[in-house]
Design a protein around this ligand. Structure first.
Ligand code: ACM
Length: 533
């Protein structure tokens, strides 16, 4: 029988444990561990960098520079981190975290798991631990608990479009930090589009000399009648140098985040065509686009253009060590290819049926190229339309059908349906109280309710669903503060969709934990959308 006092104890313990995403197994214990100046962090060789990272996380708010050692000094109260091959069953990213009043023990089969244990530990501390200056009044209490934890999905992503609005390097780092705090492990950078090219490519300097800058930006939504368009008259642009990219990659790697670069082709390429007009289908010189929408100015399908894009990808691969290279592939209208003698000649000489097959030919050339270099091509679901390249991974954004078709064909899939993962959509039913957004309606509870594995798939096919990802398209997201507003707390809900076992999810329980979690985001200066409705 449960007595009232036990129940109160359990409730008190539970309310102290407001971890997002919810861990798989949480067993509260009696008492608490208090971090003080004599606490020592003890690591093995493999977890040493993580012990130092934990020390760095704890230092600003506590003002305590905890010693990191290879062995525990006699009598010291320790936080131990070590790899434990006996826990291999927890998978590449799982961990055990045991907190008692006398010691904290983190064990994981691999470093990623120990990293996620550290993220959980941060969330067990008072929210003030996220301050970047000393909080003299705080007591750094961690409630006793045993946690065993591992993710449901391998691909837990957030995407950021830095092409429509350039986002400073420091914000990309902040997004990586926030991803890691929520145990997300992919940050997808949409680096190129009609409105801007954001990565230095040394072989083709005009891509950033010309392509990184636009003269002005359309105000509001594009009317169908382009004579009604109005512009802000403000030049906009920016790009990451290769040194910036190297810095971002290292920053992300240290936080177990893989950056996934996206170089769009053959559509969404007007900034590239503005830089090198020979990439287009017409002789005209185009500006970097100043409006939003689907643009008919796509790349031509010549061998020279394919080589150009492969040369770009060579530099991209040298910078981004991760396996996945995204080539876009979405929204490539075929109007110009239909009218182009060159494109039509290619269709004939390659024995293709139509322009969709020509795009698939283009994509297949990229797939062969990336595969030969040990990488995997990722594309939006339009890459299915003229036949899927043999090794392609599909991002299913126009609903879930592309994901189902690709998984059935034996391809890996990342679920990114607009209906549940487009964080550029409105998050309140009353849009009059919200800043202008692209449209749509994606409230927090809809994100939380999302089930990434389509019901139509067999268990064998479902194994191809790597996970899902939230999208931040930035036509109507002009700056980092707005990006935070659109991403949070919806990214918190998606993190739980991707990490927590399906049967352990509960929206009321999530909301209760979120109340505590929002205090953390506030300390971290995240401009989250307040809970209302
Ligand atoms: C997309 O939203 N065009 C992938």
């Amino acid at each position: 029988m449960i007595t009232l006092s036990t129940l109160l104890l359990v409730l008190a313990a539970d309310s102290a444990i407001s971890v997002i995403p919810r861990p798989v197994h949480v067993t509260p214990g009696p008492g608490a561990f208090v971090v003080t100046g004599t606490t020592v962090i003890v690591t093995d060789r493999a977890t040493r960098p993580l012990g130092e990272l934990l020390g760095d996380y704890l230092f600003p708010a506590t003002g305590l520079r905890l010693a990191v050692r290879a062995a525990a000094p006699a009598g010291a109260r320790v936080i131990t981190l070590r790899l434990d091959p006996a826990l291999t069953g927890l998978g590449a990213e799982g961990y055990r975290l045991d907190v008692t009043p006398g010691r904290i023990t983190i064990r994981a089969p691999q470093p990623a798991g120990a990293f996620y244990a550290v993220q959980t530990l941060r969330q067990l501390l008072p929210a003030a631990i996220f301050r970047q200056a000393r909080v003299p009044t705080a007591v750094w209490t961690i409630p006793a608990v045993s946690i065993e934890d591992f993710p449901r999905f391998r691909w837990r992503g957030i995407h950021l479009d830095v092409a429509r609005h350039f986002m400073p390097k420091e914000f990309v780092k902040k997004l990586v930090d926030l991803a890691a705090l929520h145990k997300l492990n992919r940050v997808h950078l949409h680096l190129t589009d009609d409105q801007g090219w954001r990565i230095e490519i040394r072989q083709y300097p005009r891509l950033t000399q010309v392509g990184a800058w636009r003269r002005q930006t359309i105000i509001g939504h594009s009317d169908r009648d382009s004579t009604k368009w109005r512009f802000d008259g403000q030049p906009h642009g920016g790009f990451y140098t290769q040194d910036d990219i190297a810095e971002l990659v290292a920053y992300a790697q240290a936080r177990f985040v893989t950056l996934v670069p996206e170089i769009e082709m053959p559509g969404h390429s007007q900034a590239a065509i503005a830089s090198y007009p020979e990439l287009g289908n017409k002789p005209d010189t185009l500006p970097v686009w100043t409006a939003w929408g689907v643009d008919e100015n796509i790349l031509n399908p010549s061998d020279a253009t394919i080589r150009f894009e492969q040369n770009v990808l060579t530099e991209v691969m040298a910078l981004f060590p991760g396996r996945w290279i995204h080539i876009g592939g979405d929204e490539a209208p075929k109007t110009q290819w239909k009218a182009s003698p060159l494109a039509q000649a290619r269709i004939r000489e390659l024995g293709l049926k139509d322009e969709d097959e020509l795009q698939s030919y283009f994509t297949r050339r990229m797939d062969e190229f990336l595969t030969a270099h040990g990488r995997s091509l990722v594309g939006w679901d339009e890459i299915l339309e003229g036949g899927l390249a043999p090794n392609a991974v599909v991002m299913s954004w126009r609903g879930i059908d592309g994901g189902i078709a690709a998984a059935r064909a034996g391809h890996d899939v990342v679920m990114t349906p607009g209906s549940h993962t487009y964080f550029d959509y409105y998050q309140s039913a009353d849009t009059t109280t919200e800043p202008l957004a692209i449209g749509g309606f994606l409230p927090l509870d809809t994100v939380y309710a999302y089930e990434p594995v389509p019901a139509a798939l067999t268990p064998d096919e479902a194994r191809h669903v790597l996970g899902a990802q939230g999208q931040l398209w930035t036509e109507y997201i002009p700056d980092p503060k707005r990006a935070e507003y659109m991403a949070f707390p919806r990214a918190c809900a998606l993190a739980e969709v991707l990490w927590t076992p399906r049967e352990a999810k509960s929206y009321p329980d999530f909301l209760a934990r979120l109340a505590t979690h929002l205090a953390r985001l506030a300390v971290l200066d995240v401009n989250y959308h307040p809970l209302k409705n």
